[in-house]
Structure formats: structure tokens, C-alpha cells
Write a protein that binds this ligand. Structure first.
Ligand SMILES: Cc1ncc(COP(=O)(O)O)c(C=O)c1O
Ligand SMILES: N[C@@H](CCCC[NH3+])C(=O)O
Length: 422
């Protein structure tokens, strides 16, 4: 459910016509609905109301400070994967005691920053990483909260690029070796073993992979508890999918029922790291038709947003619904919706049955709130586009459009390239 609805033939974001924002701000831009963001977070959180839990939003899905603040104000924590994400989350006001840190390649400076910030725990992905965290904590005279990220070898049945919990993936510690790794970890004086974590993949649209992973994980947790480990947290990662096209993913309440029936008795605080399910359908990308052209066998609609703004179609061949901002009864054609980037792979839709858009028309690309802006780049020296949040009848630019000057602001011509007079 979301708050992008047509009213009187025009697309609204809550109570603001999308066309008005386009007129005032220019295109392209990302547009988020505050009510939808908050509602999605609440629905997810309420699904776990009867067990101790923490919802740590996955910052990688959408890292805008204002977006993070919506969840932080609802009591949320964050899942981070870099020093930069930690800086963002702290700047947005997160309680460091609600921060979990995942990722296979944490650098020493990032680990030290997280330790000094007093985060809840690191989800550790290798033995070497654990040793480095132990050393860093020793150096700072601290103890690092940790969970091992266990790779349960479960097929999440999603796109191969976003599956993470299979043996062949780089993530986590093989479930078969995790017990011995926990035992070894016991000898490290500067780590406090707090929990067990796993994350099997993203855009998972069935319950069975989650349940299968949890079954494997709960066996490990029971064993660890029997051996006297003080396991207080089970972090089940994120990954719940959304509807882009015709997918029918489980509702968060069904997801909660399924995972809790497998793990309720473990007497732990459950941590979840949802990203896409909270923000994906709370955002759209608004773009304008620059040109149309047809060849003998193809129609092209060329828009002002490219793969540098939204890379998901090019990278994963993923589907995003595209609808007109103003509804009229145009005939439909089959067309490729493409961007201005100099790559054949620069498209938002391929062979799509779509309204016969014309130059100047506004299009809304749906389900763009997750992994949209966060994966954007400056490729082709295109300034990154603004992000806007609507709340009821007001909107606010929560990230300004970059300027050409921003593009070069970190660059410098070295003295040896500057001609000396004479
Ligand atoms: C460790 C971790 N946690 C959480 C997430 C969030 O995933 P999603 O956006 O699918 O909920 C990801 C991304 O897949 C991840 O790698
Ligand atoms: N970037 C991916 C999701 C990656 C999840 C991170 N582990 C997407 O757009 O679907």
C-alpha cells in the first residue's frame, strides 16, 4: 500500500500533485511519501509487537537523512555496511545502541569509528575480521559487541546478484564451521559475543527460504546456549520482497508469523534489517520525455533520467512500472524507455506496453524508493538528481540537485600540469 494515487486523472503524492513539484523543481527527481514510509515501518514493527525486537533499517536501501529520521523517530535502529553509513545514521540521530554493522570488508578505520561510537554489535563475516576487531577494541581499551554472520547455505530464489546466503556467496561464515568459530571467539578478550546473525538475500518473495535459514540458525543458537554462550540477539537480516510487477510477497505479518513460529522459544531479542520492504514502494522517480523516435521495428521513448539515476533495470534487468503523471486515454504502444547515457544498456524499460508518450510528458517510475538514489552515480558527468519528501500538502527538497560545480568540487589539477610562465 502506498500514497501515490490518481485523483482527477493526475498522480498525487499524498495531497500534492506530482506535476506541480515537477514544474517547481524540474525533472528528474526522486519523490518519497512520508506517510508511506512511516506506515511501512509501523506495519513491519507491529508484526513483531509480541516479542522483544529491534528494527534496524538497512541504510543501503535509502540513506537520505530525512528518510532515516522518519524511522529513527519511530524507534528504529539501523543496519550499516560502511563508515559513511554510520556517519549518516549518527547524523540523523540514531541511538548507537541500535546500530548493527554488517559487511565482508570492514576497514580498520571503520571498525575503530564504530567502536568509538559504541554501536550495539558487528556482524562478523570471517575469522580474520574477528581478530582485527579484537585488536582494534584492545587498542581502544574497549570490548566489541559481536555476532557471527552465519551463511546458512539456503537458496533465497531471487536474482543471483542479490542472493547472499549460499555457500558460493562471499558472505558470512559457513554454518558448518560456525560452532567452532564461536568456540575460538571465546578466547578473544576484547569481544563480547552477543548474538547470531544471518541474511540470505534480497527481494525474497517466499517464506520457505527464511524458515529454512532460521531452522538452521536456531539449531546453532540452542547448541551455543547449552555450551554457556550468552546469546542475547538473533539478527535475521532483511530481504523481504515487494511487488514491482506481479510478485505476491508475503505481508510482514505473515513473515513474522512464519519466522516466530520457528524461533519464538529461543528467548532472545530479534533484530531485523529490512530495507526494500519499507522504502521500495514509498518512492517514485519522476522523469520527463525528451524525445520519441521510431525505427522500422522499434519505438523509443527517450527520457531525462538515465541508468546513472536508476541503475536497477540495467544491472538486474529488473521491472519498474512506468505510469503517466497525467492520465489521458492515449493509445498504447510497445516501446523501450531509454535514458540519455551513452550505453545501449541504459534503459528503464524494454519492449514495454506503454502509453504513447510525447515530448514533454511526465512519467512516474514506480517502486524506486529502494536502491534508487543510493545506487546513483555521476556517470556521463550528470549531476545527481534531487530527492523530495511530501508530507500531506507540503513538500520539501531533502537533497538538492547537484550542480556542475559539485561535479568537480573534489578534483584538482596537480602543479606539474600547470605551465609555469616563461
Ligand atoms: C546484511 C544485509 N542486511 C539487510 C539488507 C537489506 O535487504 P533488503 O533491502 O532486501 O531488505 C541487505 C541487502 O540485501 C544486507 O546485505
Ligand atoms: N541493489 C540490490 C539489492 C542489494 C541488496 C544488498 N545486499 C537491488 O537493487 O535490488
Amino acid at each position: 500500500m502506498n500514497d501515490f494515487l490518481y485523483d482527477n486523472q493526475q498522480l498525487m503524492c499524498e495531497k500534492v500533485p506530482v506535476s506541480r513539484i515537477a514544474e517547481e523543481v524540474g525533472t528528474p527527481f526522486y519523490l518519497y511519501s512520508y506517510a508511506t514510509l512511516r506506515n511501512h515501518f509501523r506495519v513491519f514493527k507491529e508484526a513483531f509487537a509480541d516479542v522483544p525486537h529491534m528494527i534496524c533499517f538497512a541504510v543501503k536501501a535509502n540513506s537520505n537523512l530525512a528518510v532515516l529520521k522518519v524511522f529513527i523517530d519511530e524507534g528504529g535502529g539501523v543496519d550499516i555496511v560502511s563508515g559513511g553509513e554510520l556517519f549518516r545514521a549518527l547524523s540523523a540521530g540514531v541511538d548507537p545502541g541500535k546500530v548493527v554493522y554488517s559487511g565482508v570488508g570492514k576497514r580498520v578505520d571503520e571498525i575503530e569509528y564504530a567502536l568509538r561510537s559504541n554501536i550495539l554489535m558487528f556482524n562478523v563475516e570471517s575469522w580474520q575480521e574477528l581478530e582485527v576487531i579484537n585488536q582494534c577494541a584492545q587498542g581502544l581499551g574497549l570490548r566489541a559487541g559481536i555476532a557471527l554472520r552465519v551463511n546458512p547455505d539456503v537458496d533465497p530464489k531471487t536474482h543471483p546478484h542479490i542472493s547472499t546466503g549460499l555457500k558460493e556467496n562471499k558472505f558470512g561464515i559457513d554454518i558448518e564451521r560456525s560452532l567452532e568459530t564461536y568456540r575460538l571467539a571465546n578466547s578473544l578478550k576484547h569481544v563480547d559475543i552477543k548474538g547470531v546473525s544471518c541474511h540470505i538475500g534480497s527481494q525474497v518473495t517466499r517464506l520457505s527460504p527464511f524458515v529454512e535459514a532460521l531452522d538452521r540458525l536456531s539449531g546453532l543458537v540452542r547448541q551455543l546456549k547449552e555450551e554457556g554462550f550468552d546469546i542475547r540477539y538473533i539478527d535475521l537480516g532483511g530481504g523481504l520482497g515487494i511487488t514491482y510487477d506481479s510478485e505476491t510477497p508475503p505481508h510482514p505479518s505473515e513473515y513474522a508469523e512464519a519466522v516466530l513460529s520457528a524461533a519464538r522459544d529461543l528467548d532472545c531479542t530479534f533484530i531485523f534489517e529490512p530495507g526494500r520492504v519499507i522504502v521500495g514502494n514509498a518512492g517514485i522517480l519522476v522523469t520527463k520525455v525528451l524525445y520519441t523516435k521510431s525505427t522500422d521495428n522499434k519505438n523509443f521513448i527517450i527520457v531525462d533520467a538515465g541508468m546513472n539515476d536508476l541503475v536497477r533495470p540495467s544491472l538486474y534487468n529488473s521491472f519498474h512500472a512506468i505510469r503517466p503523471v497525467a492520465l489521458d486515454n492515449r493509445k498504447e504502444i510497445v516501446a523501450d524507455v531509454v535514458g540519455p547515457i551513452c550505453e545501449s544498456g541504459d534503459y528503464l524499460a524494454k519492449a514495454r506496453k506503454i502509453a504513447s508518450f510525447e515530448r514533454g510528458d511526465l512519467l512516474a517510475v514506480f517502486s524506486a524508493g529502494a536502491y534508487g538514489f543510493t545506487m546513483a552515480s555521476n556517470y556521463n558527468s550528470r549531476p545527481r538528481i534531487p530527492e523530495i519528501m511530501v508530507r500531506e500538502d507540503r513538500y520539501h527538497i531533502i537533497r538538492k540537485r547537484e550542480t556542475y560545480a559539485d561535479l568537480i568540487s573534489h578534483e584538482e589539477i596537480p602543479p606539474f600540469l600547470i605551465k609555469q610562465p616563461g
